[in-house]
Write a protein that binds this ligand. Structure first.
Ligand code: FES
Length: 78
């Protein structure tokens, strides 16, 4: 599989984030603390949440408000 950038602000790839999750980061905050992903513009938080969702037991609840906010904004425009 190709390596893709998850966090453009810090040039972190899906491998960097996956490694953080494999090392025990089970929530968005834990991933951010380990590798810094999501701590600058926050634009990569949904992608981090998706990685957490596929790799952990769904302990990524603390990312939900960000995703919900974006969905709400989109609905307002449409
Ligand atoms: S893209 Fe990850 S913090 Fe900006």
């Amino acid at each position: 599989l190709a390596t893709v950038y998850v966090c453009l602000c810090l040039a972190l790839t899906d491998r960097d984030v996956s490694q953080a999750i494999q090392q025990g980061a089970g929530t968005f905050r834990a991933v951010a603390a380990r590798c810094g992903a999501g701590t600058v513009c926050g634009g990569c938080r949904p992608a981090i949440g998706a990685l957490l969702g596929t790799m952990s037991d769904g302990a990524s609840d603390d990312i939900a408000p960000v995703v919900q906010m974006r969905g709400a904004r989109r609905r307002e425009r449409g």
